[in-house]
Design a protein around this ligand. Structure first.
Ligand SMILES: *Cc1c(COP(=O)(O)O)cnc(C)c1O
Length: 364
């Protein structure tokens, strides 16, 4: 069986270092926040070339913490893509605001920037572009619109650690970038974890208080906040993994290149597209085929864990029924939902595995 992502294969390569760190954290009782979280924040800010980084509980809280810190609340509208994991829009609802969806570009699978302006109203306060699958959104175009309408920009980088647009790391274009360190993400903890990067000291300070019960100092609470702190164990594991993240990202890109080569003669497949300005980090390697369900079934039968990200666009999710969208509102997302197929993608994927998967697809 070739899994979609093989977390065990990666663990084998860092096992000793990780176990040593886990023991160190337990010995020092630095369970919540503390020195390992601090070390992670410093290293993560550095590697993403941001002024500040904050560790938090997960990628969803990272988004809602930034929204709330920047004053987004009930009555406000936040524009985002319909083709993303639910957390992006859920975080908007969690602060009482309303998500406003936009269709996607059929080639990049990212928000269709040409369709953003027509959804802007007096209530629009922010845009959340999502670098879906690790493929960077054209952030220069997004920032132009944001400047013109004075909008906040929060980049959902949950799938895009170390991705770049025009040589600049994603997450550093807008007011903040939010990250998930869910185990299966490009940089994954051994449990839930998330992070925020920003160049704004004010935003960092506000979010830092909010995620720790609105506390300004011990047992003094300036506002009502949350318990959304990062664990020391997760931070220590991430610190080990940060040493390898550049290499792992390169391996993902090499794996994508090999897939591209082996599948390029197959005219029945649409391969992932990226532009020259974008440095894709391939959280997922997603192709399009006509008879998707059949192809997926046959691959699964051959021991290849291909799957779909995501089968239902957000505007058609039962949870967002109250927003009043209907089938046909976003035809591009609805169409690709029936055609997309995610192939196994992780740094440790071998040449032989990619050949096996590609041969299987070509023979189908
Ligand atoms: C994973 C993910 C999130 C949420 O992250 P969690 O850590 O699971 O809360 C948000 N947005 C996108 C695009 C994601 O892929």
């Amino acid at each position: 069986m070739i899994p979609l992502v093989d977390l065990k294969a990666q663990y084998k390569t860092i096992r000793e270092e990780v176990l040593e760190k886990i023991e160190e954290v337990i010995e020092s009782c630095a369970f919540i926040q503390g020195k390992y979280v601090q070390e992670f924040e410093d290293s993560f800010a550095k590697i993403q070339e941001a002024e500040y980084a904050l560790g938090c509980s997960n990628g969803t809280s990272a988004i809602s913490l930034v929204l709330e810190s920047l004053g987004i609340k009930q009555g406000d509208e936040v524009i985002t893509t319909t083709h993303t994991f639910i957390a992006t829009a859920e975080a908007v609802c969690n602060v009482g605001a309303k998500p406003v969806f936009v269709d996607i570009n059929p080639e990049t699978y990212n928000i269709d920037i040409s369709k953003i302006e027509s959804t802007i109203t007096d209530k629009t306060k922010a845009i959340i572009p999502v670098h879906i699958y690790g493929n960077p959104v054209n952030m220069e175009e997004i920032m132009k619109i944001a400047k013109k309408y004075n909008l906040i920009v929060i980049e959902d980088c949950a799938q895009a650690h170390l991705a770049k647009f025009n040589g600049k790391f994603v997450g550093t274009f807008g007011n903040a970038g939010t990250f998930s360190f869910f185990p299966g993400k490009n940089l994954g903890a051994y449990g839930d974890a998330g992070g925020i990067i920003t160049d704004s000291l004010q935003l960092k300070e506000k979010a830092k208080k909010l995620l720790n019960h609105g506390r300004s100092k011990k047992y003094e609470h300036e506002s009502i906040g949350y318990n959304q702190r990062m664990d020391g164990l997760q931070a220590a594991i991430l610190n080990v993994k940060l040493k390898y993240i550049k290499q792992w990202t390169k391996q993902r890109q090499e794996n994508a290149r090999l897939y591209n080569t082996l599948l390029s003669d197959n005219t029945k497949i649409i391969l992932p597209k990226t532009t020259l300005s974008a440095e894709h980090v391939y959280h997922l390697y997603v192709i399009q085929v006509n008879n998707r369900n059949q192809v997926m079934q046959q691959l699964n039968d051959k021991g290849i864990a291909a799957s779909i990200h995501y089968p239902i666009p957000l505007h058609l999710q039962p949870a967002f029924k109250f927003l009043g969208y209907k089938k046909g509102d976003f035809p591009v997302s609805e169409n690709i939902t029936n055609r997309i197929l995610s192939l196994p993608m992780f740094p440790e994927l071998s040449k032989e595995q990619i050949e096996y998967i590609s041969n299987a697809i070509n023979s189908i």
